[in-house]
Design a binder for this molecule. Structure first.
Ligand code: GLY
Length: 374
């Protein structure tokens, strides 16, 4: 088995992301050195539990580690006060102490919820991420952003709390629905677009075979994505500067997610893919990059079969003005001005803090027009 190990260098809070096949079945051996007593509390969701919890339980048992487990319902609805209260109180009932380790076993929702529960439980307990979706493996499990959604918006309540270890098992990606895998691909392509043109070239060539299931290609794509994220996070843990680049496509995405109700109409990674295409369109309109760049992005995303145009979203969408207003509520607004991640070309993203809203409206109006004629 090839095991790639990426260090997230954060001084006393440094940790490793280990990427390879069969890591869930190896989890006991991987986690054991972190434990001061042979007991872990695992939180997962019903879908992941049905597919993989037995494998994890056996792996822990082989190392003599006692496991207690809680499942939450799958889906974004679990990332809220109700499941946070349930999770933290359950951890207290299980007598999880500061020296213990909590395991977040699932996708981005479970990772964010459990990471936040671990951050506030007894003022902070250690936790291990075992991400089971492509999106969680390449993005949300790494970097310590944890939190929940509230009536006011997504991720508005949370904490930076770094995991002690991340185990990304490439094999579990094989059990994802194709739509979920492709949604995660939105976050993979983001890395090439924001800072690594050679990786983007590689994805154009190899991502179709990767999506079909090639494990070696998946391993490379996850490893390169995590390498890029680890580098950015270790230089800018709390998003004072460079880390904002990871939000490429996200300002458009958050408005579209809000407009579609954070549900099945648009998955987060699908919104990121559409958002990346729109961010390149906006960059081109502002004269920052050539026309070739947005065309290349759209052609690749289309070839992958992921959502790329507003016409790929079922049902009604609000007007360009209403979408712009939804962007204004994004938590990354600084002094009332919209901030966008724009690009001078593929692999050359930067933070632009004062983008003229009329150009954003033009881009949105054009995208909505294409939608009404398709
Ligand atoms: N998902 C963006 C970040 O971790 O900063």
């Amino acid at each position: 088995m090839t095991l790639n190990v990426i260090d997230v260098a954060l001084g006393a809070r440094s940790y490793q992301v280990r990427i390879g096949q069969g890591l869930v079945a190896e989890a006991g051996r991987q986690i054991a050195p972190l434990l001061r007593r042979k007991k872990v509390a695992v939180i997962t969701d019903d879908t992941v539990a049905a597919r993989h919890l037995m494998t994890l339980a056996q792996a822990l048992e082989r190392e003599g580690i006692a496991m207690t487990a809680l499942t939450v319902p799958p889906g974004e609805g679990s990332k809220g006060w109700q499941q946070l209260a349930r999770t933290t109180e359950w951890l207290l009932d299980q007598k999880i102490e500061r020296r213990d380790v909590v395991v977040a076993f699932g996708g981005g929702v479970v990772g964010d919820l459990v990471g936040f529960a671990a951050a506030i439980l007894r003022r902070g307990v250690r936790f291990v991420q075992i991400p089971t979706t492509l999106l969680a493996q390449v993005d949300s499990s790494v970097g310590g952003k944890t939190g929940i959604n509230t009536a006011q918006g997504k991720n508005l309540v949370g904490a930076f709390h770094q995991p002690s270890l991340v185990l990304a098992d490439i094999d579990v990606l094989g059990t994802l629905e194709p739509r979920d895998f492709l949604a995660g691909y939105g976050e993979v392509v983001k890395y090439g677009l924001l800072g690594d043109a050679a990786f983007y070239d590689w994805l154009e060539l190899n991502a179709p075979a990767m999506a079909r299931g090639d494990a070696a290609l998946r391993q490379y794509a996850v490893t390169r994505s995590v390498e890029m994220k680890a580098g950015i996070v270790s230089r800018d843990e709390t998003e004072e500067g460079e880390r904002a680049l990871l939000n490429l496509g996200h300002t458009f995405c958050h408005a579209l997610e809000k407009a579609t109700g954070y549900g099945d109409r648009l998955l987060h990674g699908e919104g990121v893919a559409i958002g990346c295409a729109l961010a390149f369109e906006l960059s081109q309109r502002l004269g920052l990059c050539s026309q070739e760049a947005p065309s290349r992005v759209r052609a690749h995303l289309k070839a992958m079969g992921t959502k790329v145009d507003l016409s790929d979203i079922a049902g009604e969408l609000p007007s360009a003005e209403a979408l712009l207003a939804l962007m204004g509520q994004d938590k990354k607004v600084v002094d009332g001005k919209l901030r966008f991640i724009l690009a001078r070309g593929i692999g050359e993203a930067f933070v632009a803090s004062d983008v003229p809203s009329d150009v954003v409206l033009d881009v949105l109006n054009e995208a909505l027009k294409l939608r009404s004629v398709s």
